[in-house]
Design a protein around this ligand. Structure first.
Ligand SMILES: C[S@@+](CC[C@H](N)C(=O)[O-])C[C@H]1O[C@@H](n2cnc3c(N)ncnc32)[C@H](O)[C@@H]1O
Length: 250
């Protein structure tokens, strides 16, 4: 089955100037009074969530497992005139950043759930080793606790146009007995009311209980764990929100 992150061209079809501005607004909200001047995103992908940080004057670095996503991130950064240090890495390793320290080490875009819960614990420890004294760890994630209560299967998104082509996307989630969740992501492309291309991707996630994140952060010495809905400016209760984020201070 195809992996979405080998097709950054399709992943990025959802990106718009409005989304870029919304993430920028999110970071303005999150970063106020933190003194964060440098940030490493260990799942930067094509940069949808974090590239706007460069516009806010933050020194941005990023790594990711997918070369296709990194290529798109590099192109977007170049087009906008940002200088971003990008490296190819699995976030379970991170040795490519050895010797560096960042005010904030982040994993954006619900990416930590790609690995098992015990690997998440190890990943947080590796991220912590790259955070400066008094620095921060940051995550945004789907609200897995809520998902496991509802077991919602069907997710529909508004169709949109890419030039003359109408792009439709929906997802069907499977809940295997081992507790993981498989997102079946279906795209269809049509012109003149006729589908001419279909793409199906399968992404495999391991739900992360929120308490696991908070407990592990506390164990690593992050006593102040602020939780917000994601994007934060929506001002919803983080417990009920579909997505939330955590900003934890060492
Ligand atoms: C939903 S995308 C989010 C990407 C980016 N943060 C954004 O919002 O555009 C998930 C990303 O996690 C990356 N990823 C998955 N497993 C990873 C791992 N073990 N190490 C590093 N990156 C990983 C994928 O390659 C993909 O780019």
């Amino acid at each position: 089955m195809s992996r979405l992150y080998d097709r950054a061209d399709i992943y990025d079809l959802f990106e718009t100037d409005d989304r870029f501005d919304a993430y920028k607004q999110h970071w303005e909200y999150i970063l106020r009074d933190t003194g964060i001047h440098s940030l490493l995103d260990v799942s930067i992908g094509s940069g949808c969530v974090t590239l706007s940080l460069a516009e806010l004057g933050v020194e941005l670095s990023g790594s990711d497992l997918s070369r296709s996503m990194l290529d798109n991130c590099r192109k977007k950064a170049q087009n906008k005139g940002y200088s971003v240090d990008l490296r190819h890495s699995d976030f379970r390793d991170l040795s490519c950043w050895q010797g560096k320290k960042f005010d904030c080490v982040a994993s954006t875009g619900n990416s930590l759930a790609y690995v098992t819960n015990s690997e998440v614990r190890d990943t947080l420890a590796k991220m912590d080793s790259l955070a400066a004294d008094g620095g921060y760890l940051y995550f945004d994630t789907r609200n897995w606790d809520r998902i496991l209560q509802t077991h919602q299967r069907f997710y529909f998104y508004h169709p949109f146009f890419s030039g003359e082509t109408r792009v439709n996307m929906f997802q069907v989630w499977d809940y295997p007995a081992d507790g993981s969740i498989i997102f079946n992501i279906v795209y269809t492309f049509e012109q003149n009311n006729k589908i001419f291309q279909k793409e199906i991707f399968e992404e495999h996630y391991h739900p992360i209980p929120r308490q696991l994140l908070v407990d592990q952060l506390n164990a690593l010495g992050y006593r102040e764990c602020k939780q917000f809905c994601f994007p934060a400016f929506l001002n919803q209760n983080a417990d009920d929100a579909e997505w939330y984020c955590i900003l934890a201070k060492k």
